[in-house]
Write a protein of this length. Sequence first.
Length: 161
Amino acid sequence: MQGREPLVNEVVGDMAALYGSLQELNTPMWLRLDLTMAQFRALVVVSHHPDITVGDVGCQLSIAQSAASVLVDHLVRRGLVRRTEDPADRRRTLLSCTASGHALLGDLRAGNRQVLKERLSRLTDDEMQGLARGMRALLEAGRTPVGAAAAIAAEGAQANL
């Protein structure tokens, strides 16, 4: 594995540079976002967890429920998140992303995708096929637990026996 380390480091560096360049191109959009990082993170949590409660948003962000409530209030006022009554328990309030919230997150993602498509269009067919094989291999490697993650998974499996 030692002989591969320089190549692994090169790939990691290249991926970081690619990600950074994609983010840099989206900087104008991010600067117009008019959300704090905490508000943005709360919006992402709500978008990934429809019908989440304010308390659960707090848990996801590792902040107090009162702080999560302030974040959610701002997102509701901006029309990015909506509150609804839980039909199973009227005492609970559920949160979901509005169409505007989904559109905002979609616009942020779409900018990166468009730039990436433009860059990929410059590759030859052979380069694209090689990249596609490499990406599939990397995704598959991510599905296989390694190192500490494997040990934790094994301990969890043993505990369930």
